[in-house]
Design a protein around this ligand. Structure first.
Ligand code: G4P
Length: 289
């Protein structure tokens, strides 16, 4: 889906989030494990202050395992509860229920001291488009859960999905808008397929990706396409085009088709598990691409 983020749209999304946040104890924020900072919108920190916070590194199956662990440590050091998962896998979801309870332990204790027992934790899923919110909610809401109807005192039309006695999830996710201002952010979001960036040309995206892979995952391009990854990037892309039969009528390389092929391979994990942001480098500002 192509989301158009214009100021009116963002204001509406923000208003919806503000309304829904009043109803919940916990924000389950999904980020893309391949670009955990670019796929976040830090406005959520202001919107969600005073709420328990859990960051899920989703699509962890496509990201570098070592970096998954590094990113979990990074967010934990900032006080977030974290988990890494593949939202399509119900088994991965099981562990989340336990982390949800841990992340709300303080609140449950407070309730208990006030004599409020067995009030379920209410949570909302939030994240930018395509990060896996609906997939997560669907997996979460599998056979064992029942949908609960509208509750007295709760805004009309809200549906809660009951995971168990302890946890209920709002069935409509909060949609966060990506931060487009930074060009690097736009690039990474386009490469992971989170946004369709009309201003960026497919070949440019692809060459950025090839350069990144050569620097951080040397050998992965050679392994997949059996081509040398040395030299200027257009030359590398040309080699890929030729071995993969992406040629124009006149016989010259079809760069655009080759670029689509490479980005599609990347998005489907066929170029290996790759993370586009590295926490240590992010902190020291070393990584510029
Ligand atoms: P959204 O609600 O946040 O917008 O995202 P949604 O759940 O629709 O997920 C977007 C795409 O990402 C879906 O693919 C979904 O299957 C995939 N996805 C979600 N979570 C994971 C995960 O943990 N790992 C992997 N590998 N994929 C995940 P789709 O609708 O089939 O689109 P596409 O695959 O054709 O691009």
């Amino acid at each position: 889906m192509n989301y158009q983020w214009y100021p009116g749209h963002m204001t509406k999304a923000k208003r919806m989030m503000q309304e829904n946040i009043k109803l919940i104890d916990l924000i389950i924020e999904l980020v893309d494990a391949r670009a955990p900072l670019s796929s976040r919108n830090p406005d959520i920190d202001e919107l969600g202050k005073n709420k328990a916070r859990l960051i899920l590194l989703n699509k962890g199956d496509l990201a570098d395992e070592r970096q998954n662990r590094a990113w979990e440590a990074y967010f934990q050091a900032q006080g977030f509860f974290t988990a890494c998962l593949d939202a399509r896998k119900r088994n991965d979801i099981k562990q989340i229920s336990q982390i949800i309870q841990e992340s709300c332990r303080e609140k449950t204790e407070r309730d208990r001291k006030r004599g409020i027992l067995n009030r379920p934790i209410r949570a909302m899923v939030a994240g930018i488009p395509n990060v896996g919110k609906s997939t997560f909610i669907n997996s979460f809401a599998g056979r064992t859960c029942a949908k609960t109807g509208n509750k007295p005192g709760v805004t009309k039309g809200k549906q809660w999905i009951r995971l168990n006695k302890q946890v209920e999830l709002l069935d409509t996710p909060g949609i966060l808008w990506p931060k487009f201002e930074d060009q690097q952010v736009g690039l990474k979001l386009a490469v992971i397929g989170s946004i369709r960036e009309e201003l960026l040309v497919e070949e440019e995206l692809c060459m950025w990706l090839l350069a990144y892979l050569r620097e951080y995952y040397p050998g992965s391009v050679e392994k997949r396409y059996q081509v040398q990854e040395t030299g200027e990037m257009p030359e590398v892309l040309e080699r890929i085009a030729l071995v993969r039969g992406c040629v124009q009528k006149g016989g010259g390389p079809d760069f655009e088709r080759a670029a689509f092929l490479v980005t599609d391979d990347f998005r489907s994990g066929r170029l290996g598990r790759v993370t586009l942001e590295i926490p240590a480098a992010e902190e020291s500002g070393e990584q510029d691409g």
